[in-house]
Design a protein around this ligand. Structure first.
Ligand code: C5P
Length: 209
């Protein structure tokens, strides 16, 4: 069974995807981490994330970079969003994501274009969203937990800019795929969001027969 989970930053899609993977006994891939690794590698190379050649050169990042805690920062998220607009970067990361999705037994993947590009044949598709203010609050608490002192207003502006870029890029823009169930987590606890996600997946799988 392949489960595709898409949505904007801090919508809860990562938490939901992880919980779905545990519930259904499937491996999970956070595809945002791949784009974050490319963004971080551009930074380490002293390159420009808006330059397609610099961004493409960073796609050969070492596997160990995926464990770098710096990948989780807002700064790297901004870099990731900028490198992810380049078609060559998306193409370079495509095979790895598709191989993960199509492994025997299935998988859960979360990102922006899983149900639209990576695995349009997924058995279940969720589009997880939440208001900008709810997402900014979550990200702010996460950053505080990491000991980072950031202004909430700054996070909110950053999220809005990132959304705008992800939704309006010509290549694989963030959007709800046809057949994807919408899950708004703005007013849901983690437990409620996960329970709703499991129910939505079960419903979609049952409907497919
Ligand atoms: O989900 P996360 O915030 O970690 O993703 C970082 C950035 O990577 C996003 O803002 C988006 O631009 C990009 N991304 C993407 N396609 C994916 C996953 C992430 O373009 N499948």
């Amino acid at each position: 069974m392949i489960i595709a989970v898409d949505g904007p930053t801090a919508s809860g899609k990562g938490t939901i995807a992880k919980a779905l993977a545990a519930h259904f006994g499937l491996p999970h891939l956070d595809t945002g981490l791949l784009y974050r690794a490319v963004g971080r590698q551009v930074f380490l190379n002293g390159g420009n994330p808006d330059d397609p050649a610099d961004a493409l050169a960073a796609c050969t990042f070492p596997e160990s970079l995926l464990d770098d805690p710096e990948l989780r920062t807002e700064e790297t998220g901004g870099y990731a969003s900028r490198v992810s607009v380049h078609p060559a970067v998306r193409a370079a990361l495509l095979a790895r994501q598709q191989a993960f999705a199509n492994q025997p037994g299935g998988a859960v993947l979360d990102g922006r274009d899983i149900a639209t590009v990576i695995a349009p044949h997924a058995d279940a598709k969720l589009f997880v969203t939440a208001s900008v203010s709810a997402r900014a609050l979550r990200r702010w608490m996460e950053m505080k937990g990491l000991g980072k002192d950031v202004e909430r207003a700054e996070i909110e502006a950053d999220l809005a800019a990132r959304d705008e870029r992800d939704r309006n890029r010509p290549e694989a823009p963030l959007r709800q795929a046809e057949g994807a169930a919408l899950l708004d987590t703005s007013n849901l606890t983690r437990e409620m969001a996960v329970a709703t996600a499991i129910a939505l997946v079960e419903k979609q799988v049952a409907a497919r027969g």
